[in-house]
Design a protein around this ligand. Structure first.
Ligand SMILES: *Cc1c(COP(=O)(O)O)cnc(C)c1O
Length: 399
């Protein structure tokens, strides 16, 4: 008979017999640490002599499987080898990468029409670390080349295409080539596209970041981010920053993201076809001033989008005639679309950037980049297309 006490039995794990366990679906390793077989294994692990998992901030099988899968998808149909580091959010991905590759005295060159939080991060945190920030129109290639020639402190070109929320596009291949020629890193936030629509690493970019909170998870159930890069040593640095800042992902959020990604291709097709249908409907509507959707032939960057995107995605923005006031009335009359400050979910989400996602971006930067007071952003979901058009049509009738 065993002599252990009740409390002792309760507080220890009931070990599973590994040989009988062959999970079909990625298991959730919801554990903060991993035990050692013996002291020798513990010593070797701490000395970095084996790849043993031991503490989830350093690494966890669920988290790593998701990071690896995104790296595989980002390099799909190429011989490029990439490494992914999964972190706690899109903002964590951006901050972890930028603090790895930049130091005091360096400068980051970027655009004014970024995700609102990214602009805020640059000005409120990164700028305070003695890192310069310069905004320019990155689609002006001559100006970009001259800028890099003139200013040797520029270390990183950071951009989004299509950009949030104006949907302006930048030619990734051209920017990456200019960066490469000058020894400047190019970083692209690929959140709006996912690797199914756009593969920046294949076009020469050095790093891709994502908010996996959005399309990669796709169901609005988890917050997460990822950095993917082709330079193994730099990615080792990103991993080190992640581990030391503690920007690591949570295993549960990683696991939810793993489930969500299984339908990524199907979802991106439906998001894109619904968005095109809505953009076409809005563009023809008498109460609409303008529509920004890269899939419309009238969009100024349509040809660039066509060159580098497989489909045109689920994001669009538009302005109703009458500006902010009629815009607010429209939002109040929407019935089907959800008023929520995220994107990339299965339901259609509607948002007013000037008062919500971009409220902390200075007004002059917003205005210069088309984020006007009357602009409305739609993250088009995977509902039935007719129901979506009907909802917008009835709301427009009422304004
Ligand atoms: C949401 C978003 C982010 C930030 O991601 P979080 O997961 O919310 O931290 C960064 N870039 C883009 C384009 C986004 O849409």
């Amino acid at each position: 008979m065993k002599k252990r006490h009740f409390g002792t039995l309760c507080s220890h794990e009931q070990k599973i017999r590994q040989k009988t366990v062959r999970p079909h679906v990625l298991p959730l390793y919801q554990t903060s640490s991993f035990e050692f077989e013996d002291i020798q294994e513990g010593i070797a692990t701490f000395q970095g002599k084996n790849e043993q998992h031991f503490y989830s901030r350093y690494g966890n099988p669920t988290i790593e499987a998701v990071a690896e899968k995104i790296a595989v998808l980002e390099t799909y149909q190429s011989d490029i080898e990439a490494t992914g580091v999964l972190v706690s959010s899109g903002m964590a991905a951006i901050a972890t990468l930028l603090t790895t590759i930049l130091q005091s005295g360096d400068k980051i060159l970027t655009q004014g029409n970024l995700y609102g939080g990214t602009t805020e991060l640059l000005y409120k945190v990164i700028g305070r670390m003695g890192i310069g920030i310069e905004l320019m129109d990155l689609s002006d290639e001559t100006a970009l080349e001259e800028c890099l020639k003139r200013d040797k402190t520029i270390k990183v070109i950071y951009f989004e295409t299509p950009a949030n929320p104006s949907l302006a596009c930048v030619d990734i291949q051209k920017v990456a080539a200019i960066g490469k020629a000058k020894g400047v890193f190019t970083v692209l936030d690929n959140t709006f596209c996912t690797p199914y629509l756009q593969q920046p690493l294949l076009l020469g970019a050095d790093f891709v970041v994502h908010s996996t909170t959005k399309y990669l998870n796709g169901h609005g159930t988890a917050t997460g981010g990822v950095v993917v890069g082709t330079d193994k040593e730099m990615m080792r640095g990103v991993w080190q920053t992640m581990k030391l800042f503690g920007t690591n992902a949570s295993p549960f959020d990683a696991w939810l993201t793993s489930n969500g990604m299984k339908t990524l291709e199907l979802r991106m097709h439906r998001h894109s076809s619904n968005a095109l249908a809505l953009a076409t409907f809005l563009a023809e509507h008498e109460k609409i001033e303008s529509v920004n959707y890269p899939g419309l032939a009238t969009h100024p960057d349509h040809l660039i989008a066509q060159k580098q995107m497989r489909l045109f995605g689920g994001m669009l923005s538009f302005e109703v005639k009458g500006g902010l006031e009629t815009g607010v009335r429209l939002l109040n009359n929407i019935e089907l679309c959800t008023l929520a400050p995220t994107l990339g979910d299965t339901d259609t989400l509607i948002l007013h950037p000037a008062s919500m996602s971009h409220v902390n971006v200075p007004r002059d930067i917003r205005m210069k980049n088309g984020i006007t007071d009357g602009l409305i952003r739609l993250s088009v979901g995977i509902e039935n297309e007719e129901d979506l058009i009907a909802d917008l049509a009835q709301a427009l009738d009422k304004i």
